[in-house]
Design a protein around this ligand. Structure first.
Ligand SMILES: Cc1ncc(COP(=O)(O)O)c(C=O)c1O
Length: 660
């Protein structure tokens, strides 16, 4: 199996002419990249791939001077050029390093070679790494097939042929350290400022000219964040350009095959599960997987403690108990959310108080929140609904004023930002769910993260039978046998439940966490495809994401106004979409207090003195009651943007058809 790195470069760029010859650290940018690539351990050869244009003669000289192979081929068609290289040098698998990606990381290329030898995928993509840190890994037999079936020379954004046809085994690069997932750094040489950025970073190396590892590059940038600003402002322009992607054109009778949703479990899930099985330590009381998952998860947020439990409802309950919420206390939660925020409150013997929402963002309305606070108020559960943060500054200000504990319910929100801060880092505790549909999933699971040691310890005890030796950072019950094998030994000092997460779930969730950026990216890209289409309509109004927030789109929430505007009911619109081949429109859950369980006053039985007289009437949260029947949730958890694209196309046709 011969493995190569193809460095693709030409001099004809229009935005930044001759960029391969520009200077960095005393050499040309392309030589700098060649020097980096020579640090791979697994590549059998490096080939510089350029065109037959005279302008590229000097690139060939550079290849010769640096003792690497070179190849000259078609200017327009990158895929044909690569095919020529592969045939000439008998290559089986190659990784691409674009001439623009001068900080491309050889370690990541080695990871791709290793993954190829382990699993033989056709195409390995980078899934959200620092731009250009790793581009693609391609199996030559797959490349040859693409060259046979494609009906266009436009291969600039060539990946669509691998990812969108459904013909190939596409994987994401595995085992990548979290550190390399950054979307706040721009690392690709397209504009003049980019060169300044590369030069400034390289200049700060103590070992100038010597190969700087990506780790070190990121450390340099993090110690001097102003470096990012040199060129990051171009990111949007660059990203928009990337979106003008090559359109798939297949030859003759070739049809787009039936696309199947590829497995979500493409990472380390299976290998970790095997390790758990072999360890025979399947409970959090003895195994290490809960702890690893907790550590990695909380680290991702820069938060001190993570406590994994078995669902996003047990986390809410445990968090309320930890916050000291008890009989008769009031807990405020929004009226557009699942029932669990209210039921967790009831399980803590407290009284749910429902707060209305903002009509455009569907998140908790701070004004209504303040109106509903009483001397009995004890805590607020703020929900980042559909992946969008609520108005956290205002909510925290109100909470601090009334001394209320804020629990962020981020079951639907993973790594979204609010005014530059990550959701999950703003309230006093934040709760996550890893149920099957969530960004990260392990069947069922949950996590509380917090910087407060007392809360973390109490959440762990509430969820772990109240064992007295449980600590904020430690879920294992490590006791010397001789201490507890004693009839006089007393174990429990808190009234607890068993909410522990099994080790299997923790192992799967950890493997998912390793690819969380990619999983989020898929949801965002899928949502954006649908949002683009909705811009053409006046009856599908997506959840508004304020410009100071990012949305991780657990689902794309939309107000459907088609009944009023077109006379087409919610149900009919959904039926037409499904009949046309679309999928995944779901209705929003009822406003919680209108669910029978609340209307029937099931809570009375559990604590009559507390709940006597409690009654929830229609009209309590008018905005929520008005928008809930109109809400449509569009699916975003596609495992392949190609599939989302085909569904979005179906929506587009339907919208045009019914708008006529
Ligand atoms: C906003 C919100 N909170 C809480 C939960 C409860 O999570 P779990 O299903 O893991 O108990 C969910 C789950 O759907 C949710 O969407």
């Amino acid at each position: 199996m011969k493995k190569a790195i193809f460095i693709t470069v030409r001099n004809g760029s229009t935005r930044l002419p001759e960029k391969a010859n520009l200077e960095i650290q005393g050499v040309s940018t392309i030589e700098y990249l060649i020097h980096r690539m020579k640090n791979t351990k697994k590549a059998d050869c490096i080939v510089l791939c350029t065109t037959e244009n005279d302008a590229d003669d000097n690139l060939v000289e550079i290849a010769k001077r640096n003792n690497i192979l070179y190849f000259r081929g078609s200017e327009e068609d990158k895929l044909e050029r690569w095919k020529g290289v592969a045939e000439k040098f008998n290559i089986d698998f190659f990784c691409t390093a674009d001439g623009d990606d001068i900080f491309c990381e050889p370690f990541l290329i080695d990871l791709a070679f290793e993954q190829f030898e382990r699993k033989y995928p056709d195409f390995i993509q980078d899934g959200g790494l620092v731009t250009g840190a790793f581009t693609y890994g391609i199996k030559v037999s797959a490349l040859i097939k693409v060259c046979e079936i494609k009906d266009s020379n436009d291969t600039e954004m060539m990946w669509v042929y691998f990812t969108d046809t459904g013909l190939f085994k596409v994987e994401n690069l595995e085992n990548v350290p979290h550190k390399f997932y950054r979307n706040d750094i721009r690392m690709t040489l397209d504009y003049a400022e980019d060169l300044t950025f590369f030069r400034e970073v390289a200049k700060r190396s103590e070992k100038s000219k010597v190969y700087l590892k990506l780790d070190e590059i990121i450390d340099i940038i993090d110690t001097e964040p102003a470096l990012k600003e040199i060129n990051f402002f171009r990111q949007q322009q660059w990203a928009d350009n990337q979106k003008k992607k090559t359109t798939l054109k297949l030859k003759g009778e070739q049809k787009m095959p039936n696309l199947v949703n590829p497995s979500k479990y493409l990472g380390n899930e299976l290998s970790y599960i095997e390790k758990v099985l072999n360890s025979e330590s399947w409970s959090a009381t003895g195994g290490n997987w809960n702890q690893s998952f907790e550590k990695e998860f909380s680290k991702r947020f820069g938060i001190k403690y993570g406590v994994a439990l078995n669902s996003g409802t047990s986390t809410l309950h445990a968090a309320l108990e930890a916050a000291g919420v008890g009989p008769g206390d009031e807990v405020l939660s929004p009226a557009i959310t699942v029932i669990m925020d209210a039921t967790a409150t009831l399980h803590a013997n407290a009284v749910p108080v429902f707060v209305d929402v903002n009509r455009d963002t569907f998140t908790m309305d701070p004004e209504d929140l303040e109106k509903k606070i009483t001397p009995k108020s004890k805590a607020i559960i703020v929900v980042s609904i559909y992946g969008l943060p609520a108005e956290m500054d205002r909510i925290m200000e109100i909470a601090n004023r009334y001394k209320l504990v804020v629990i962020e319910d981020n079951a639907q929100c993973m790594l979204s930002t609010y005014r530059g801060r990550l959701t999950g880092t703003i309230g006093h505790m934040a709760s996550y769910s890893f149920e099957n549909t969530k960004h990260i999933s392990c069947g069922e699971g949950g996590m509380i993260i917090t910087n407060n040691e007392k809360y973390a310890e109490m959440v762990r005890k509430v969820g772990g039978h109240g064992f007295k030796n449980l600590k904020a950072e430690e879920g294992r019950i490590r006791l010397k046998q001789e201490v507890f094998q004693d009839p006089d030994y007393k174990r429990h000092d808190v009234l607890g439940w068993n909410y522990r997460m099994p080790e299997f779930n923790a192992a799967i969730a950890l493997a998912q966490l390793e690819r969380v950026d990619h999983l989020i990216d898929l949801r965002i890209k899928s949502a954006e495809l649908f949002i683009d289409i909705m811009k053409e309509t006046n009856f599908l109004i997506p959840q508004k994401t304020p410009d100071y927030c990012t949305n991780s789109y657990y689902t794309l929430g939309v107000i459907y106004d088609g009944k009023e505007k077109l006379g087409v009911s919610w149900q009919d619109f959904r039926r037409m979409y499904i009949e046309a081949g679309g999928d995944g429109i779901y209705g929003a859950w009822s406003v919680p207090y209108l669910e029978p369980v609340i209307q029937n006053k099931a809570y009375l039985k559990r604590y009559p003195e507390v709940y006597k007289g409690l009654d929830y009437q229609n009209g309590l949260c008018p905005v929520a009651e008005e928008i809930q029947p109109k809400l449509m949730q569009f699916k975003t958890n596609y495992r392949d943007v190609g599939i989302a694209k085909s569904k979005a196309e179906i929506l587009k046709n339907l919208v045009r058809q019914i708008s006529k």
